[in-house]
Design a protein around this ligand. Structure first.
Ligand SMILES: [Zn+2]
Length: 1089
């Protein structure tokens, strides 16, 4: 057996330097115009951010040359190159294409940014040329375009001669009976499509259309200004700057898309006047005088199936709470918060105590705060910090050599209080939302816990709608809940809330049809059509593509859907744009008709080419006027048109840590994603492919548009039934889960702290405003922070995230989470408060960036060094006596184990068994998963389950749920006479030993003997035995705790899945990786140097 590779000497490694997704504190405000591409400013990021902030922590700045290691390519993703700017305005006055009937068929002006081939751009710039028109108005349900001459056939795809006038003509061809087909040529010839009576889209300058049904009124009442506006503000801001950075112009009674996305969510320092909003919409349930009923405080969100609300206990009723003084004495005597857990003060010698893994799920540390404060704190599932005791200076942080950052799961499914109030109380200086950790100087004044400004308490806030008592501002729900949601008044809107828009883009090439995926997806859509989040305004549309692009007219009144084919993929335009995205309610039968027909339409196709890039361009144009969600299904490497890619995976290089292609080969997908982001559209990519498909390039379309990536390697409807089942389950969740549209998120922190790097799927607009065209409840985010100014005089710091979004019901809402933590002055306290899961999660995010900007081996070395550096610091500065062994604070007892698990995770492992797309997907997951899922994926939970008992079981709603102890991830813990369940987050693996008891086989698996366990078994029978009931209860309970339904694989010793099971036994040695004990010895050696 080959000797496992010893991690490189630490001198070889620089620290982790996060850049990807990084935005530094640079950049001009986002104005719907030129956008400072902060993502591309790595030098700014590195020089102002991580390196300079943590010189001691990560003392080796990356060599300059590595800042742009891929300059030969299109200067992409890793955010290399300073000062790169999006030069092209995202909004121009260029009109949308006029209606199709008017003479030559117009084309939408094609942004050269979408066609790099046509206009190669200098590496330092982005998006030259024109841009799609702004979403200035709302287009709904244009009247019928008249009699339809083209009918949708139920037969095979029409054959379009290839290369027929591809460069000069567009062809509309209705499929089906050739006699019914109509070819349209452009330009010059009038289309037989009947005259749409209205231009398909809003013409700038024209009066805006009527407000959408269900939307807010287009105007709002006059606003009272309590304080004079800042002189420096431009006039337009005076009337309508608003808190989430969105401006509405009330002058002419219409909502206008102002170019002021700059200060989302309030912006940091644009002090804006408090408005007393008199919009009838926002005061519909609570008037300015707080009518007695209904209270403006409601638990409106229903419990979400599968996410027991009991896991998140928010105070929901009136509480007898007098505000805890937040000044002095908030800290109890040193470490008293930990005194309940004396074990927390213990120093552990890991070489002696090898099993430090708790037998129950690891709980996050509790911040060392007075109980009255801590009980109001944000739930750690939503918001947690790597260091629950924040070092008071950067010097102290540097000494600890631990990363300081936040991990967020802001849109998690949960029940939370919703406030409908005419006044959202925020700090006039820093725009922080009032929260449980502000202090009231008296009834009329409160002091901001982030910037310390003293603010007035608005009159309305004096009344407590819960108790209906006047004069208790500190008992308002906003001051009693660290997690709360506000119904946003109209000044939080840039335009009327957008309708839910769902656009599906399907690969229908021969390869795609071969996999059989279309059947599954269409069936799933049919099943879930009525469950799509939305309202009467919901719109839906479909595009399919192979070497051409196919649109489907679903206009109400048609007897059948009508297919339109555009074969000019070099200059894609949208035929009949008004009939392609249709109101779901009005056209439901046509939609259902299409979904039933679609899988059969292409069964005989011989078209192998894939024009994904042009199809995405078409989808972008179609969705631009409203924004929304694009769900793209792709099964191969795109081969035609813009965005075409070449295979570049070389299997024999998989083992090399340096030479693999983690960076995109084109910037097409990133640029298109940024275009989408500007139009409030997100792209979710479903990749179902057995072949290399260059996910490193394709994934950018989702990453920068705030979408998600789903990957089903080797999907096949017959050969891979478990993938089929997985896709079905995940689609159900995907289609029915909550969704927020046109969202932005900002994270604020107490003065003195500074956020410098962001991780997740989004685009960073202005300084620290995350643009999230879609937000979903399964997405996680992380940020890195530094201590810019000494916090010596500060005892508490707070962090607040504010997510402004449009719900699928068309409500503008703001979800706010606030976390409060103590500041400490000694290294020991910093270590005692370390949150090892959060630290590991943040390091994983940083390591992904490092892999992309430098190399995989650099990232691996940096992970190892993170352990060595922090434990060395602990040994040198905290431990009084130098004992032999590897001494760690109790809080970090699992740090080496989790880092070793990361090194063996698909993202970072070496060896030949990870395919490139799988690795990239794992990296996408690291970046986009909430921490709890990332940790389960990295370090799964292992249970012995052949002997489940009721001892120590949970009792929930009359269900008895066994709680077997969690075992170490080592083959030593397995035995052939047992059965073991591994919970790896997205999958559950049940390994059954060859000599497993007959009782388990028959009473749980329902089989006669070991040999009769099916090769592919993904379901347990529900048998009428206590053993079966316990097993089912346990597995159901595990599944209920996560949003996606994890598939259960039953694994016999000779199963193919066995390798995956063994791979997760991270404490064991493999050919390419150390065992846990070997790893500890290596760490010890380095620490004791
Ligand atoms: Zn403030």
């Amino acid at each position: 057996m080959a000797q496992p590779r010893i991690p490189a000497a630490r001198s070889a490694a620089a620290g982790l330097q996060a850049q990807n997704g990084a935005a530094s504190a640079s950049g001009s405000p986002y104005t719907n115009g030129p956008v400072q591409n902060t993502l591309m400013s790595s030098q700014v990021s590195s020089s102002q951010g991580y390196d300079s902030q943590l010189p001691g922590s990560y003392p080796r700045p990356m060599p300059a040359k590595t800042l742009n290691p891929f300059s030969a390519q299109s200067n992409y993703g890793g955010s290399q190159g300073p000062g790169q700017t999006l030069t092209s305005p995202l909004v121009t006055s260029s009109p949308l294409p006029p209606s199709l009937h008017s003479g030559p068929v117009p084309r939408m002006p094609l942004s050269t940014s979408q066609n790099p081939a046509a206009a190669p751009m200098p590496s330092g710039s982005f998006l030259p040329g024109t841009n799609p028109p702004p979403p200035l108005s709302w287009q709904y349900n244009y009247p019928s375009t008249g009699p339809q001459t083209n009918h949708f056939p139920h037969v095979a795809q029409p054959t379009i001669p290839e290369n027929t006038n591809l460069t000069t003509d567009h062809q509309y061809v209705s499929s089906g009976d050739p006699a019914l087909q109509t070819s349209f040529k452009k330009p010059g010839s009038a289309l037989p499509l009947q005259n749409p009576p209205l231009p398909p889209t809003f013409q700038p300058g024209a009066p805006p259309g009527p407000p959408p049904a269900g939307g807010p009124p287009p105007s709002r009442g006059p606003m009272l200004q309590k304080t004079p506006p800042r002189a420096a503000l431009p006039p337009s801001l005076n009337s309508a700057v608003n808190q989430e950075g969105i401006t509405s112009n009330a002058n002419n009674g219409s909502m206008v898309a102002h170019s002021t996305y700059d200060e989302i969510e309030g912006g940091g320092f644009l002090a804006t006047p408090q408005h007393v909003n008199q919009n009838p919409r926002t005061s519909r349930s609570v008037g300015s005088a707080y009518p007695s009923l209904p209270p403006g405080y409601q638990n409106s969100a229903p419990p979400v199936a599968g996410m027991p609300p009991s896991s998140l206990n928010y105070p929901s009723g009136p509480q007898a709470f007098t505000q805890t003084p937040l000044g002095a004495n908030h800290l109890t005597a040193s470490m008293s918060g930990l005194s309940l857990h004396p074990e927390g003060l213990r120093v552990v010698n890991l070489l002696q105590e090898r099993n430090m893994l708790p037998s129950t799920p690891l709980q996050p540390p509790v911040p060392n705060l007075l109980e009255d404060i801590q009980k109001l704190n944000c739930n750690p599932e939503l918001f947690r910090c790597t260091l629950t005791s924040v070092p008071q200076s950067q010097a102290l942080l540097n000494k600890a050599k631990l990363p300081l950052g936040l991990l967020l799961h802001p849109f998690k499914d949960l029940v939370l209080p919703v406030v409908t109030s005419s006044t959202i109380v925020r700090c006039r200086s820093c725009r922080t939302y009032i929260n449980p950790f502000v202090s009231f100087l008296d009834q009329r004044r409160w002091k901001c816990n982030l910037c310390y400004r003293v603010n007035d308490v608005p009159e309305e806030f004096m009344y407590n709608p819960l108790t209906r008592v006047y004069g208790e501002p500190h008992k308002r729900p906003e001051v009693q809940n660290a997690t709360i949601e506000f119904m946003a008044p109209s000044e939080y809107m840039l335009r009327p809330p957008q309708p839910p828009v769902y656009l599906f883009v399907f690969d229908v090439s021969h390869n795609a049809i071969e996999t059989g995926y279309l059947n599954s997806v269409c069936q799933s859509l049919l099943d879930n059509l009525d469950l799509l989040p939305g309202n009467t305004r919901t719109k839906i549309g479909f595009i399919t593509f192979d070497s051409t692009i196919h649109f489907y007219s679903l206009q109400e009144g048609l007897s059948q859907p009508q297919m339109l084919i555009v074969s000019d993929i070099d200059d894609v335009f949208i035929p009949m744009p008004e009939n392609l995205l249709v109101n779901l309610n009005e056209s439901k039968e046509l939609v259902q008709d299409l979904l039933k027909t679609l899988p059969q339409m292409f069964t005989k196709t011989l078209e192998t080419q894939s024009a994904l890039g042009p199809a995405l361009q078409a989808a972008f144009k179609l969705i631009s006027p409203t924004g929304g969600r694009m769900s793209v299904f792709q099964t191969q490497l795109p081969t035609l048109g813009v965005g075409a890619l070449k295979p570049r995976e070389e299997p024999n290089q998989r083992s090399s840590a340096k030479e693999i292609h983690l960076t995109p080969s084109t910037d097409f997908y990133k640029k298109l994603a940024l275009d989408c982001s500007g139009q409030q559209a997100a792209v979710d990519l479903f990749l179902l492919s057995g072949q290399y498909s260059d996910l490193a390039s394709l994934g950018c379309i989702s990453r920068y548009s705030a979408g998600s990536v789903y990957y089903y390697p080797s999907y096949h409807h017959q050969h891979n039934p478990v993938q089929v089942q997985k896709l079905q389950k995940e689609l159900h969740r995907y289609l029915t889960r909550k969704i927020g549209f046109e969202a932005v998120m900002r994270i604020r922190c107490t003065k003195g702290l500074s956020i410098h790097t962001f991780h997740g799927n989004f685009f960073v607009r202005s300084t620290d405003l995350l643009s999230l065209p879609n937000v979903n409840p399964d997405a996680g985010y992380a940020v890195q922070m530094s201590v810019e100014e000494s916090l010596t005089d500060t005892q508490l710091v707070s962090f607040q995230s504010a997510l402004l979004y449009t719900s699928s019901k068309g409500e503008r809402r703001i979800r706010v989470h606030t976390l409060c933590l103590p500041v400490v002055s000694t290294l020991n306290e910093v270590f005692l408060g370390a949150d090892v899961q959060a630290i590991s999660g943040l390091l994983a995010n940083m390591a992904v960036d490092r892999s992309v900007t430098a190399s995989l081996s650099d990232a691996r070395d940096a992970l190892v060094n993170a352990v060595i550096d922090s434990l060395s610091a602990y040994r040198a500065s905290v431990l009084s006596s130098q004992q032999p062994g590897l001494m760690v604070p109790f809080s970090l007892r699992l740090f080496p184990l989790f880092v070793l698990a990361l090194l063996k995770q698909k993202s970072f492992q070496t060896g030949t068994n990870v395919r490139l797309d799988e690795r990239i997907f794992a990296m996408c997951q690291v970046k986009n998963q909430p921490l709890v899922h990332l940790m389960l994926t990295t370090h799964p939970s292992l249970y012995r389950v052949d002997n489940l008992s009721d001892e120590g079981a949970l009792n929930i709603n009359d269900r008895t749920i066994p709680q077997p102890p969690i075992l170490q991830l080592s083959v030593e813990k397995l035995s052939r006479d047992g059965a073991f369940l591994m919970d790896a987050g997205a999958v559950l693996m049940l390994w059954v030993g060859r000599n497993c008891s007959q009782n388990f086989l028959s009473q749980v698996l329902g089989v006669q003997n070991y040999a009769s366990i099916p090769q592919t078994m993904t379901d347990l029978p529900e048998l009428d035995t206590p053993e079966s009931a316990r097993m089912i209860a346990f597995i159901s309970w595990l599944r209920e705790q996560r949003p996606f339904f994890p598939i259960l694989y039953v694994i016999r010793e000779e199963s193919l899945m066995k390798a995956a099971f063994l791979q997760n036994l991270v404490e064991d040695r493999t050919e390419s990786a150390l065992s846990y004990y070997e790893f500890l010895l290596h760490i010890q050696q380095q620490v004791n140097k």
